[in-house]
Design a protein around this ligand. Sequence first.
Ligand SMILES: Nc1ncnc2c1ncn2[C@@H]1O[C@H](COP(=O)(O)OP(=O)(O)OP(=O)(O)O)[C@@H](O)[C@H]1O
Ligand SMILES: [Mg+2]
Length: 485
Amino acid sequence: MPVVEQPLNLPVSASAANGNSAGTGFAARILVIDDEAGIRESLEVLLSLEGYAVRVAADGEEGLRILDLESLDLVLLDLALPGQSGLELLPQIKERQPDLPVIMITAYGTVDNIVESVRAGAENFIQKPWDNEKLLADIRSAVARHRAEEENLQLKRALKERYSFANIVGKSESMLKVFDLVAQVAPSRSTVLIQGESGTGKELIAKAIHANSPRRDKPFVPINTGAMPSELLESTLFGHVKGAFTSAIAAKKGLFEVANGGTIFLDEIATMGTDTQAKILRVLQDRRFMHLGGIQEIQVDVRIIAATNIDLRTEVREGRFREDLFYRLNVITVDLPPLRARREDIPLLTQHFLDFYAKENDLSPRKLSADALRALVDYEWPGNVRELENAIERGVVLSSGPVIGSDLLPGHITGRSFQDALLQHNPNASLFDILEDIERRIIVEKLERCNGNQTEAAEQFRIPLSTLNQKIKRLTIEIRKKGRE
Ligand SMILES: Nc1ncnc2c1ncn2[C@@H]1O[C@H](COP(=O)(O)OP(=O)(O)OP(=O)(O)O)[C@@H](O)[C@H]1O
Ligand SMILES: [Mg+2]
């Protein structure tokens, strides 16, 4: 659907690694705890020049006071302090802020000290006199890691509160897990495989991963690999030289080159021909390929995201999909559950689409009547979120007032509920008759799904075939015939 991409600020760049404020909005703060004034001063100068905000303390007590008052990114802690030693102080710092990195500094570092401080949670150990470049490098990486962890925590908190992430709406446990996973994998270049039924939001997720990656300013190139004959697909993906085939009157770039620096989204990957699979495997392995008819290898930097609505493991087992390609694609898998498995998302998605389509059609805000919403929550949604979106768009467009009643939803969605139908069928039926009615309907439905095969139906119901036969007889022959049709 035509939603506006709205990347969140994920910790995607190396900017967090710099002491200066670039990219993070504020300078990283470092607390130096050392009893020697000369050391404090030289560290203060060195670190300030690098753009860090520096706090100094001459002993543990003062250090802890600063720690309690200010938000810090790192502590440089002298091991040999008067009064409380650095080793004694370290657990107190860790108790207050377990994630705050602490680098120990000492002239008298023995192996025991190192082991003990690392055990107590020190990030690293630096010996006096230190090498400035090495010290700065250690500080940069510790600060970067700390900030990335903090940002990630904040992001996860924000996602959970807002139930929405880059226009992906959801509050179910399974969708919150998807949000977490997307936030985690977006910054890397890892290949991602997105699996889910049609209309569950696979392309939306692929776009969110791209939009929250460092590649966001480079192209996102979607291609439906299932919809094309293999020769056309290959020339589209890899490009061709002039004269590569009869209609190749001019050379043409492939989508892998177009996507260079960005992301390529290989949609419906399961139905791709085996020759093409081999070529894709090659690109996945070393990011190289050749134009059709060409002799030169081309190197690209492309992130690959693939999607499928068919279970790839089954395709592999049945020999239709290369196992090696499957394992290459399956580095990180995002499983999108069908909508009927996360009904708590339905009201939220409904609101999202109501707002969107009211705005798009210049209408005042719309809401659903209670029975219309109930019908949406009860429906099975074989077409998943896309089907829900279409139903809401239709309702909004057809509505003449602020409330959309169930009469404006497609009939197959509002179809009376099973319970309704049973009670309506014969208002004076006994409970026994109603239960028999349910049993009859369920058996008819199952036989229909099994194409009338009673053995299969009995197996799926986990009852002996003879029991099923008895039930079919008791519940009238007509049903049996219907089931066999
Ligand atoms: N969680 C969601 N929040 C908001 N919109 C969603 C969500 N999931 C899907 N949509 C919307 O539903 C529609 C279908 O999503 P999308 O095209 O990503 O599904 P798909 O899994 O790729 O489907 P198909 O297998 O049919 O290609 C899109 O308009 C998308 O924006
Ligand atoms: Mg799709």
